[in-house]
Structure formats: C-alpha cells, structure tokens
Ligand binder design. Sequence first.
Ligand code: NI
Length: 191
Amino acid sequence: MILPILAYNHPNLRIKAEPVGKDYPDLPQLLEDMWETLRKSDGVGLAAPQINKSIKLFIVDARHYESKFPETKNFAKVFINPEIIKMSEETIYYPEGCLSVPGIYEDVDRPKTITINYFDENWQEHTDTYTTIIARIIQHEYDHLDGILFPDRLPMVRKVLIKKKLDNINKGNVNIDYPMIFSNKKKIKQS
Ligand code: NI
C-alpha cells in the first residue's frame, strides 16, 4: 500500500521519534508499504515520521546514484533504532532533496563519514561506517527522526531564497505523482 507523505510544515514531522519495540505490530507489512511508497515516489530514502509514524525507522535505496558512486550498487537497507556514534570532522556539500519538500534541491553541508549502529529488518545488530553519498542519505533520514528537515540546515540566505517555494508546498501547490498530506496546522492522529 502506498502511504501518503507529510508535507514540509506538517507539525507531525517535528515530533521526536520513539524507539521501535521488537513487538511493534506488523513491522514487515509497514516495511513493505514503505518500500512501495519509496519506489512510487522515486526517492532515495524514507523515514517513518514522513508517513506519520514517529518511530526510529528509515529505509535507504541509494541505487539511483550507482553511475556516479559505485559503492551504492545494490544498496537498499532498513535502519531500525539507529544511533550515529561517530561523525568525521571533515564535511562536504552536496545537493539534497526530500519527499516532504518536493521540487527543492539545495546544497547541504554534512560530515563526510559516519559510523552508525542499527538493527536490520531481522533484528540483527550492525555497526557500519559509511562515507560520501551513503553517509549523506543516512544523515538526512536520521535527521527526520529528530524532527529536522534539510531546509533547517541551510544558511539563512538560502532559506530566504526558497521561502516562496516552501510557502507553495505548504499551500499544496506542488507537482508530484505521489500522495501527500498538507498541513492543516493541527497535529493529526497517528495510526
Ligand atoms: Ni527527507
């Protein structure tokens, strides 16, 4: 089932996510729905808060970048209860977009390399180090669990320049082919 994605100023995107319990009801179905939603929206990552579930879970499909970054070959992964435990001091700029912020792509400065601890969909624990594009996508999705969206990380001058576009998203004036929920300024019940 394709799940609607909350749009930029939806207050539920700002809720800090809770850890996922091993007894979380129907996790395999939720993951299947999230993969289907990510495919439909042609995205590279999807975090649970974007589909109105404030739980520490995101998926990454980095294969879009395969021609440019060979390390993304076959990279499609589930991250449950992730904790970034190390970040490099070196940072790099690269353009980012977000399914909750359609039509806007801006350079974001982020640590180049990270080490992350997480569980996969079989509750196997992993500690992995990622760099460049994969590290970036992971950090973007991880931010969603903290209620942070990539425009928050832009310098003030860029924020001012994209304000009109953000206002349009908030009004629902977007050209997308996946379902979205636009903010009514009220928190909606989480299912
Ligand atoms: Ni995003």
